[in-house]
Write a protein that binds this ligand. Structure first.
Ligand code: ADP
Ligand code: MG
Length: 302
């Protein structure tokens, strides 16, 4: 893609990034995106949008290898695109094409070292979403399979800090690459729109009581979920509230029940969890405060 036929870019995101940093001949740097007309996520995503954005991949350029995971909308395969190892998510149910493409469309507009990078989209007989490959898979499985013998206290703090900064609030939505960098894979948007409380797919154990009761989603309800994520990290990937049936969790929590500290969890970390799980959202700490506490703990952990 090019504006002036002097500088060329592989896709629209690279072009936008370039002209956001430097006007490079335009009358101004790019400062703020123009709001899309209508609600951007309810509008229809068309195959054409990906083509014009420079994101389409031809099936012949893509090698599909072994199955590595199962997602909500499709199976995930390891593969190769040109010289890159990639992950390929293959849409299984044609009826979900819009939801699937919306997630891809969100991914085209963001670029960050801790977000899994979209590489492109195949739109042919099937729809495939091609992203960078994250060699160690998702954080829950990583924690479970490596356990205490491999994962150090320092790793635990680092995963927690990264998850916090990016507000990714369940370990299953974080992928880890060979260099141990944790990245957010799940753009959430596709999900929560369709995940009503009744759908049975809602992450009840991760959601704050007031968010469950009155759909009050705020930074403070995110803080509650972050407390659960911390518990996942320090319990090496256990499912929260291990012995309580899902249907009873909310009742117990509202009556004051809280999970115990995971075995070997530092006291300061458990205190963060307890503060994050204050029933009154006002009494929960801010993300900024928790980041400071984690950094402090990280500085004294070897
Ligand atoms: P969904 O969000 O539709 O449920 P995910 O994107 O979470 O699906 O993918 C399901 C699983 O596939 C993940 O938990 C992970 O194990 C694996 N996976 C997904 N994307 C990648 C990737 N880029 N690299 C490596 N493994 C991946
Ligand atoms: Mg997921």
């Amino acid at each position: 893609m090019t504006i002036d036929e002097e500088s060329y870019f592989g896709n629209l995101a690279e072009l936008v990034e370039h002209y956001s940093n430097d006007a490079d001949g335009l009358c101004t740097k790019l400062i703020m995106p123009l709001q899309k007309k209508g609600s951007s996520f309810s509008s229809v995503v068309s195959a054409q949008d990906f083509q014009t954005g420079g994101w389409s991949i031809l099936p012949k350029d893509l090698f599909v290898g072994e199955l590595i995971g199962k997602g909500e909308f499709g199976d995930v395969y390891k593969g190769r695109y040109k010289d890159h190892q990639v992950a390929i998510k293959q849409l299984k149910d044609k009826n979900s094409a819009q939801t699937f493409l919306k997630e891809a469309s969100v991914m085209t507009s963001v670029r960050h070292p801790n977000l899994v990078q979209l590489i492109g989209v195949v739109i042919a007989d099937t729809i495939q979403l091609v992203t960078e490959f994250m060699g160690k898979g998702n954080l829950v499985e990583y924690l479970r399979s490596r356990g205490r013998s491999v994962i150090t206290k320092k790793d635990q703090i680092n995963f927690s800090i990264k998850a916090l900064v990016h507000r990714d609030l369940a370990a299953r939505n974080i992928l880890v690459n060979e260099e141990n960098t944790a990245k957010v894979s799940d753009f959430g948007l596709a999900k929560y729109g369709d995940h009503s409380l009744e759908s049975g797919k809602f992450p009840i154990k991760w959601t704050a009581p007031e968010a469950l009761r009155e759909s009050k989603f705020t930074n403070k309800s995110d803080m509650w979920s972050f407390g659960i994520l911390l518990w996942e990290v320090y319990s090496f990937g256990r499912v929260p509230y291990p012995r309580i049936p899902l249907a009873d969790v909310v009742m117990h929590v509202e009556r004051g029940y809280r999970m115990e500290a995971p075995e070997g969890c530092p006291k300061k970390i458990y205190n963060i969890m307890l503060k994050a799980w204050e029933l009154d959202p006002k009494n929960r700490p801010t993300f900024k405060e928790v980041l400071e506490m984690l950094k402090e703990e990280g500085a004294t952990t070897v």
